[in-house]
Design a protein around this ligand. Structure first.
Ligand SMILES: [Zn+2]
Length: 256
């Protein structure tokens, strides 16, 4: 059975185009420039795990024919990574088991505050999720299938976001700086999936130069740039990138 990592959404907080049909500098006739909000999926043996639940999660799961979800790992609490959470109810009905939610203490408490009905009985509706606080290293299990995940904090403007590493793949979708003590956790990767918002500097995100500097430092076999702003045209960006570095697009799959 193949293990598959999928970029469900490769866009920044407003996606591409924006709601007012603004396409920035990207060519709207090229499907790879149509970007939903940043989140990802991994299928490992019989486990089906989401990283974040974007506002576009329903379209993303239908487009990628993902029919089951066992768990969600959250990178941080911003709306573009979380607001699709209530869409997951059918998976609770189907599995008759609460969906495991993995995040750090701060993110769990923000989720419980904003989406209380998912975690506690409200207005006669049963809770559908179970909150699990992550450690530096933790396991997600289903029957005999066990995925080991390492996590560490990265800076994302005024908050921290969580980076996840599993099977030589690292996912760091929202980040403007990696604390020096955590750089070593990114050695010997097969794939780095990393924030690359735009060309210009940004206070909460890597820009292109920052992302390429990180790639130079840690030398993953392949790198994929995600969280792309509407100004990045897929084909123009691809031409500029060094060998083994690629822009993400919605639906991009990696076998691992
Ligand atoms: Zn964010």
């Amino acid at each position: 059975m193949k293990n598959v990592f999928t970029i469900l959404g490769s866009g920044s907080s407003l996606g591409s185009p924006w709601i007012n049909n603004y396409w920035g500098r990207s060519d709207k006739d090229k499907p790879k420039n149509h970007r939903t909000r940043c989140c990802a999926h991994l299928k490992f043996k019989n486990l089906s795990i989401l990283i974040d639940t974007s506002p576009d999660i329903k379209k993303q799961l239908i487009d990628n024919k993902i029919k089951d979800i066992d768990a969600v790992m959250y990178t941080h609490e911003h709306t573009d990574q979380t607001s699709g959470i209530f869409e997951l109810r059918p998976f609770f009905w189907k599995n008759k088991k609460k969906i495991d939610i993995f995040a750090n203490k701060r993110v769990l408490s923000e989720l419980i505050k904003k989406y209380t009905f998912c975690f506690y009985k409200r207005h006669g509706y049963q809770p559908i999720m179970k909150a699990n606080r992550i450690k530096k290293s933790f396991l997600i299990k289903k029957d005999k299938d066990i995925l080991k995940i390492n996590s560490f904090r990265v800076h994302h403007g005024l908050i921290n976001s969580t980076a996840y590493v599993f099977n030589k793949i690292a996912y760091i979708s929202d980040c403007n700086k990696i604390p020096s003590e955590n750089i070593d956790k990114l050695k010997s990767l097969n794939y780095l999936i990393v924030d690359c918002l735009r060309e210009k500097k940004h206070p909460s995100h890597f820009n292109l130069k920052d992302a390429l500097n990180l790639i130079k430092k840690i030398k993953p076999k392949k790198s994929i740039l995600t969280n792309l702003h509407v100004d990045f045209d897929y084909y123009r960006l691809k031409k500029k990138l060094p060998k083994n570095v690629y822009p993400a697009y919605d639906g991009l799959k990696i076998n691992f």
